[in-house]
Design a binder for this molecule. Structure first.
Ligand code: PXG
Length: 312
């Protein structure tokens, strides 16, 4: 067993103890307000029905990683749920920069949220005339470093990923209960992430990360047709990080057996970046250590985001 046991609750405790948490400045519908005054109505359909969408974005060394890709995905999520944002992409980009400045942060997690807005207690989304816009910029909470060095253990959730025809996982909606219930399965098993299969039994993604396998010298990742969020980090790895390390990455349908037989597995996400998986349940992957391909990609990722890489 190579992975490190994790006290799951301690991560949230550390986050709660973050001194910055007490006095953040939040951008709410056009104004910067202290976090204790950043309040929304109990009649907002974002709260009543999870009716809205969001993005998680990273600020590295004062530069926002892939801001335009995140904004494109945000506006695509909004369009798919027929939500007409109150502000243009350019206005939201300016508001994000203003919120970063107000919080005086150089490395941060940016949470952008569109809610359907205030309406009645009925479902009718078009009786909410004024969609809400929220930008939170906070310190980042990362997985413990040991997990990056030694790899993490994950489980396979029993609950399948919600099918595309019910609620397309490509929509980063405010309703994350499918993922949260799978995350609870992970927490109950003393791990931090769960692999989710779709209702056909194909590997889709994890609760908050995309998944890749390295097998016989090839790097494979499930296609969007398996029902996944089109991860910005996933695309960054496919288009830029992989090729600059000399690897071609291919989208291919994967079954659970493909994971068990892989030489290496890694996950990608805005919060997680790139992280190796060394065990799935009681099965060891490859030789049980973070593999050379994964390490190569992790190094290249760090170089690009953490040094003086240009913003794009
Ligand atoms: N799949 C799902 C279901 C996600 O929610 C990803 C894949 C990775 O996508 P990106 O675009 O981030 O590479 C996500 C993203 C958090 C947190 O606070 C979760 C995500 C992103 C940022 C923060 O747990 N998930």
């Amino acid at each position: 067993m190579s992975s490190v046991p994790v006290n799951v609750s301690s991560i949230d405790d550390e986050a709660a103890a973050d001194p910055r948490g007490a006095n953040l400045k939040v951008w709410l519908n056009g104004s910067i307000v202290p976090q204790d005054q950043a309040l929304i109505s109990v009649f907002d359909h974002g709260l009543l029905y999870g009716d809205g969408c969001f993005e998680g974005i990273r600020l590295y060394n004062g530069r926002i990683l892939k801001l335009m890709s995140h904004l494109d995905r945000m506006y695509s999520s909004a369009e798919k749920i027929r939500l007409k944002p109150s502000y243009s992409k350019e206005q939201v980009a300016a508001a994000i920069r203003e919120t970063i400045k107000a919080n005086n942060l150089n490395d941060a997690y940016i949470r952008l949220i569109f809610t359907r807005g205030v309406g009645t207690l009925g479902l009718h989304p078009f009786r909410c005339p004024d969609p809400g816009t929220i930008i939170i910029v906070d310190a980042i909470k990362l997985y413990p470093q040991e997990l990056y060095d030694q790899g993490m253990r994950v489980i396979v959730a029993e609950r399948p990923r919600i099918p595309i025809e019910c609620l397309d996982p490509a929509i980063k909606s405010l309703n994350y209960l499918n993922n949260i219930l799978a995350k609870i399965e992970a927490i109950d098993a003393d791990v931090l992430e769960a692999i989710m299969l779709n209702t056909e039994g194909e590997v889709s993604e994890c609760t908050g990360d995309n998944i890749f396998v390295v097998t016989g010298g090839r790097i494979l990742t499930p296609p969007v047709s398996s029902g996944i969020l089109h991860g910005i980090t996933r695309q960054f790895v496919i288009d830029e990080i992989g090729p600059s390390c000399g690897y071609e990455i291919v989208e291919q349908t994967l079954m659970l057996e493909d994971l068990y037989q892989a030489d290496e597995i890694f996950l990608t996400g805005t919060a997680a970046e790139i992280i190796g998986v060394t065990e799935i349940g009681d099965k060891v992957i490859g030789d049980g250590t973070v593999g050379t391909v994964t390490k190569h990609l992790m190094d290249e990722f760090s170089k690009r985001v953490k040094k003086d890489a240009p913003e794009d």
